[in-house]
Design a protein around this ligand. Structure first.
Ligand SMILES: Cc1cc2nc3c(=O)[nH]c(=O)nc-3n(C[C@H](O)[C@H](O)[C@H](O)COP(=O)(O)O)c2cc1C
Length: 451
């Protein structure tokens, strides 16, 4: 049975408006179209519970995943989180580049291969780089740094690490980490870097008044709270050769009380432009509040969850391009949003269909696959389902169909068993990752074979 797709108002102009190239003013990089594959943590890099230096190297499966996205017609492909410390991770299985990693050797070669695979058909490959700050699992390391020493309450898989207020030395190490990663990635063939300033990670912890209670030059006014981002951007510019794209992902919900006040939005945007940020990707959410920019779709009136906030920000950005991630599913809504955005970023639709951009642009489809309502209403199933689809593609298989009742049922059984095993042995970091599908009819179709 063919997958069920979203229905929506058609785009009178078809896909043509999305097929325009997008020139990034500061770096001069050109994306071949306006569709972007959003950052999604792959959980496919190497991992060792004991030997830190063996962590975070892209595996052949991770490279295969990017080869498939590279075939998929995306203007920009963003990697999942890449961390800048071996033990301060967004998640086990992320790629890692620390200041100690030289631009040579097996890690560097693997990043080079990943970039080449993603770029093979003309997409730009941009690496998302992050520091989790207080959103670090205590299973990985018991202590961490944050803007202020405010620990997050335990959630789902256990406690968060206990943060202390970052010292000047800690901040200098973070700046060095981002800047070293940028230079390393440029040498490995990446087109640019996207700083993760959203979803409650370290940079967002500094930006938001709620989590930043500092009284020194990194806290207080917005100019102070964004100082760390400014210093990272300046250091990156110092270390990379011209032509490397610099971008940032920000929370649109941050642009509210307790985050960034409306009066400060102009200051923030003006500073980003002065620093030469090529694009801002707007998103929403954090670990405390339905995570990673994901929201229950059925409760949303608009197709793009955060579009209403974007209206306040957009007028302040003319040279820095604007993408929005979160909820885009139909061609009509994507084209309409180009009235205020420069590009459209897609997350979960790109795990269900790695070639979705090419199919939309060629008019073969006009919307993403619509997961069943019980998936749309269940944040965890939708998130883990997407992550399992990522795994399937990495292992040469076709992603299972989230619009199909039998496939979803079979996935739920595997997911429950997997999570049960993890919860039974929470400290065992060797058992990690997302479920594999065991039913032959959902788990083993070769990539490119329709169900
Ligand atoms: C499996 C998975 C992993 C994700 N990992 C990241 C990440 O590493 N960095 C990030 O900024 N957002 C991450 N996200 C959020 C997406 O980039 C995107 O903002 C979100 O999925 C909303 O877009 P969508 O409605 O098109 O899926 C992740 C989402 C999923 C489903």
């Amino acid at each position: 049975m063919p997958a069920r797709r979203y229905e929506g108002a058609p785009s009178p102009a078809g896909a043509a408006p999305l097929a325009q190239p997008l020139t990034f003013e500061f770096s001069g990089k050109v994306a071949p179209n306006l569709l972007k594959k959003a950052a999604m943590a792959e959980d496919l890099a190497t991992w060792s519970a004991r030997n830190l230096e063996e962590r975070g190297i892209p595996t052949p499966e991770m490279i295969e995943l990017y080869r498939r996205w590279g075939e998929g017609g995306w203007g920009v492909i963003t990697t999942g989180n890449i961390d800048i410390e071996f033990d301060m991770l967004d998640a086990v299985g992320d790629g890692i580049i620390t200041p100690e990693c030289p631009p040579s050797g097996p890690r560097f070669e693997a990043f080079k291969e990943l970039a080449a695979a993603a770029k093979a058909h003309g997409s730009l490959i941009v690496a998302q780089v992050t520091h989790p700050g207080r959103q670090l699992s205590a299973r990985i390391r018991p202590d961490t740094i944050s803007a202020s020493a405010i620990q997050l309450p335990p959630q789902g898989m256990g406690d968060y690490a206990k943060p202390r207020e970052a010292t000047k030395e800690d901040i200098a190490r973070v700046i060095d980490g981002f800047a070293h990663a940028a230079s390393y990635l440029q040498q490995a063939g990446f087109d640019g870097i996207e700083l993760h300033g959203a979803h409650g990670y370290l940079l967002s912890q500094f930006l938001s008044e709620d989590s930043n209670r500092r009284t020194d030059e990194y806290g207080g006014s917005l100019a102070n709270r964004m100082r760390i981002v400014v210093e990272i951007a300046e250091e990156i510019k110092r270390r990379v050769a011209p032509g490397f794209l610099l971008a940032v992902k920000l929370n649109s919900v941050e642009f509210q009380e307790k985050g960034i006040r409306p009066a400060d939005v102009g200051v923030l945007c003006g500073t980003l432009q002065e620093l030469g940020f090529d694009y801002v990707e707007l998103s929403g959410g954090n670990h405390e509040n339905i995570g990673y920019g994901l929201t229950k779709e059925s409760t949303q009136k608009r197709e793009a969850y955060f579009l209403e906030f974007v209206g306040d920000i957009v007028p302040h950005l003319s040279r820095t391009k604007k993408y929005l991630a979160g909820g885009f599913r139909t061609l009509g809504a994507m084209v309409e949003a180009l009235g205020i955005l420069d590009g459209i970023s897609l997350g979960r639709p790109a795990t269900q269909e790695p070639r979705l951009a090419a199919d939309l642009l060629a008019g073969r489809v006009t919307a993403a696959v619509r997961p069943r309502d019980d998936v749309l209403d269940d944040f965890l199933t939708y998130l883990v389902g997407s992550a399992t689809q990522i795994r399937q593609v990495a292992y040469g298989r076709e992603p299972f169909d989230l619009s199909n009742a039998a496939a979803v049922q079979s996935f739920r059984t595997d997911m429950a068993a997997h999570l049960g095993r993890q919860l039974a042995d929470p400290d065992n970091l060797e058992f990690r990752g997302y479920p594999d599908l065991t039913a032959p009819e959902t788990g083993s179709h070769p990539y490119g074979t329709p169900y």
